[in-house]
Design a binder for this molecule. Structure first.
Ligand SMILES: *[C@@H]1O[C@H](CO)[C@@H](O)[C@H](O)[C@H]1NC(C)=O
Length: 260
């Protein structure tokens, strides 16, 4: 016991020294992080483009009009068909368990998958989904919000019989914002969602937070829902989100037509 105590007291100064030296040893932990949001969380610590000259060259490259048209035109029919048709059985829960928020980083494809997963998680929990927040893309510096890219009304309408979706949290939860989670440790933030988590994980870990606080913000959320072993209705719903609910805003589609 005595020896143990001695060890402890000998270790203490080292621990203190280590903590004091931490900012020097790893200054990136303490430097102000992305933009105006000081973030404590590594996933929100946007990656820097590594090959700036390559990126710049790609952005500067002049793409001939014909090639651009080809880029944006739909792929030729290759015989693909949906493996799961959406059902007409509607199952909007009568009572919402609370509000689910997600903050999505990565590129547009990753964010798109995150949106499908967010709808699925809201469904698993019988929760109301707040329109996902898209983080600023570090490489492209893309500040587009969900509503800048996708047709929000179409999204909400298409899923209206499956999951309740709101554009913003209601006023009593207006404190639950990206800034709020970026500046401290908060009881309503779920930050331990495992990569490819199961439906059970969400029921065991997120539902209690919803039931206590009425809202839960899951971040990081990219790739946090399993592909397999989910109920068929959840898989169908994911397909419905990707292939039916997520439509680019018509202004985007027009812009492509004008510029190409
Ligand atoms: C969600 O609602 C369904 C149908 O009303 C019910 O069977 C299920 O237990 C509910 N789950 C939760 C987590 O509330």
């Amino acid at each position: 016991m005595k020896i143990h105590h001695q060890n402890q007291s000998q270790r203490m100064p080292f621990a203190v020294l280590f903590v004091l030296l931490l900012p020097i040893l790893s200054p990136h932990l303490f430097s102000p992080l992305s933009r105006s949001y000081p973030s404590l969380f590594s996933e929100w610590n946007a990656p820097k483009p590594r090959h700036l000259p390559l990126l710049k060259a790609a952005l500067d490259r002049h793409v001939p009009v014909g090639e651009k048209n080809e880029l944006w035109s739909p792929l030729p029919y290759q015989g693909w068909k949906p493996c799961i048709e959406p059902t007409t059985i509607h199952t909007l829960p009568t009572k919402s368990q609370g509000y689910i928020q997600v903050f999505l980083d990565g590129g547009l494809n990753q964010q798109r998958m995150g949106i499908c997963d967010a709808v699925a998680v809201a469904k698993i929990l019988n929760a109301t989904l707040v329109i996902p927040h898209l983080e600023v893309n570090a490489v492209w510096q893309d500040t587009s919000s969900f509503a800048d890219i996708f047709d929000v009304e179409h999204f909400i309408d298409t899923l209206s019989h499956d999951v309740a979706i709101v554009k913003e949290p209601p006023s009593e939860y207006s404190w639950s914002s990206r800034e709020y989670y970026g500046t401290g440790i908060r009881a309503t933030r779920i930050k331990t969602a495992p990569v490819h988590g199961s439906a059970e994980w969400y029921l065991e870990n997120v539902l209690p937070v919803l039931q206590s606080y009425g809202i839960a913000a899951i971040a990081p959320f990219s790739h946090r829902l399993a592909f397999d072993k989910l109920p068929t209705n959840i898989q169908r719903l994911r397909c419905k989100v990707n292939f039916h609910a997520l439509a680019f805003r018509s202004s985007y589609q027009r812009a492509w037509r004008y510029t190409h």
